[in-house]
Ligand binder design. Structure first.
Ligand code: GDP
Length: 477
């Protein structure tokens, strides 16, 4: 008997459609992008701009180096429901509202973890994906979190004794000593062996926290425990009511840190330190960090230059600590907790609109020189890293001005007092100058008010498209 196919053209068409649907679902992808940096490095401005650039991405002129846009393959981007109900929503709409005010205001800085989810719909590039389906979705989850929290990672490898030794060497630094006086005074009066007094510990912990806040106000960046500066949802919780004690105090009061009197002040301090490590530091890495696929680290090199030699050195040490979270070599602390999966890491010198275009290359070189020592020590196993300079929200315009018959690059902007200014902000050094340089002249990069948006939908920026391309292009093929 002759075999006759029962399937007419209609069936073939329906099967094709179904296949397209199934393939689209298989091809639908999700990616977790994390943004961090120390306080004031520009995270809120950056995430606001990142979301804004994507939502408004159809203007090719605006993102010429973002390949999916340049190739006219982007169909649309929209905000989607946030999947993690325990995490704050990134306040994008509020940020845009503040930037759209007259006069505009910079949005409030990052104080904890927050997230935003975007759905990016695009046409695949010519190739296998193109053969199967018309449009594909990429779900992009962006997480914003304080870089100070990464400074806590090394604590996981320290016991209380090691931690207090570390803190003591910091407390003895000339620039920190005067700031620590009220804390030291209260600490000296503490009887470590006496029955635990929660109120006294809370008071001294507040003085310790105040000392750390004062350090930060003076431009000191290497500050931990990170939650003492940015407690997030832990503000006021007893888990933060601990502090380091002095080696001399331990000796004088004959305290054995391995066997402290039960229920004593020192027993509570050790208990809280351990609780902080186990219940605050580890969960952050396990609940959030573990899920990140790609990471942006923002570094405000220009403010550090403004603040002087010590501040710059301190930022460098803080970055050394931050980078340990991306050291995926064997024997790393994170490898013992879980297998990290970040495969792309971008270091971005932020606020690049504070300098003229001719100085941008030097800014990247400066950032690289700052990261150099950490890069030598750590192993970015399987991680592609890149350094760049960006302005998430460009608040200045560059131009040429003629002076004594010569044309020099200048910036025009609105200063913090709301007055229009035109200036040459100065040269950026390729690497850290000597301490003497600051004694002679130093740096004075200005702060600008946010740009007037005047009905523009897309925020002005510098190099956000190149960064987006580095972070996402391979997922949008
Ligand atoms: P965060 O603490 O890391 O969240 O830092 P923010 O995003 O709040 O930025 C701190 C401040 O830096 C802002 O209030 C602005 O004054 C400034 N800033 C951040 N990004 C930019 C930028 O792209 N251009 C300019 N001119 N200033 C910026």
């Amino acid at each position: 008997m002759l075999y006759r196919p029962k399937f007419g053209p209609d069936f073939v068409q329906r099967t094709k459609q179904k296949l397209k649907g199934v393939t689209a679902r298989i091809l639908d992808q999700q990616i977790n992008l994390a943004v961090t940096g120390l306080s004031g490095s520009g995270k809120t401005a950056f995430v606001t701009s990142l979301v804004n650039q994507l939502l408004e991405a159809n203007e090719q002129a605006h993102l010429p180096f973002f390949s999916v846009v340049a190739e006219s393959r982007l169909v649309g981007v929209k905000r989607d429901m946030q999947p993690n109900l325990n995490c704050s929503r990134f306040a994008y709409e509020e940020a845009i509202k503040q930037l759209s005010q007259q006069p505009p205001v910079w949005p409030a800085s990052t104080s904890g973890v927050s997230q935003v989810r975007l759905k990016i719909r695009y046409r695949p590039a010519k190739g296998l994906n193109h053969f199967f389906t018309e449009n594909i979705n990429l779900t992009l989850d962006i997480t914003d979190y304080p870089g100070e929290w990464l400074l806590d990672l090394p604590l996981l490898d320290m016991d209380f004794q090691q931690w207090i030794e570390h803190c003591q060497s910091e407390l003895q630094q000339v620039n920190r000593q005067p700031l620590a006086e009220p804390f030291m005074l209260a600490l000296n009066g503490l009887d470590l062996r006496a029955a635990g007094d929660e109120l006294e510990l809370q008071n001294i912990a507040q003085l310790y926290s105040q000392y750390l806040q004062n350090c930060r106000a003076k431009g000191v960046q290497l500050i931990q425990p990170g939650r003492f500066i940015l407690p997030g949802e832990l503000a006021g919780a007893p888990v933060l009511h601990f502090f380091p004690v002095l080696a001399a105090q331990i000796k004088e009061q004959k305290v054995d840190l391995l066997d402290p009197p039960k229920g004593s002040n020192i027993d509570l301090l050790i208990g809280r330190f351990n609780h902080y490590k186990e219940q605050v530091v580890k969960p952050f890495y396990k609940d959030h960090f573990k899920a990140f696929d790609r990471q942006v680290v923002l570094v405000d090199c220009l403010s550090a230059l403004n603040q002087g030699y010590d501040s710059y050195q301190d930022l460098q040490s803080a970055l050394d600590w931050v980078m340990r979270s991306f050291d995926y070599g064997r024997g790393n602390i994170l490898n013992r907790l879980f297998k990290p999966k970040i495969d792309k890491l971008a270091f971005a010198a932020s606020k690049a609109d504070h300098i003229t275009p001719d100085q941008q290359t030097n800014l990247v070189k400066l950032l690289d020189s700052m990261l150099h020592s950490a890069r030598k020590k750590i192993q970015f196993e399987g991680v592609i890293s890149q350094s760049t300079a960006v302005a998430a929200i460009r608040a200045s315009k560059s131009a040429l001005s003629s002076q004594n018959g010569q044309s020099i690059p200048v910036l025009s902007a609105i200063d913090k007092q709301g007055q229009p200014i035109t200036l040459y902000p100065g040269d950026v050094p390729e690497r850290l100058p000597s301490r003497e340089f600051w004694l002679k002249q130093g740096f004075e990069f200005p702060h600008f008010a946010p740009p007037l948006l005047q009905g523009d939908h897309a925020l002005p920026h510098i190099r956000m498209d190149q960064l987006l391309d580095f972070l996402l292009a391979d997922k949008l093929l």
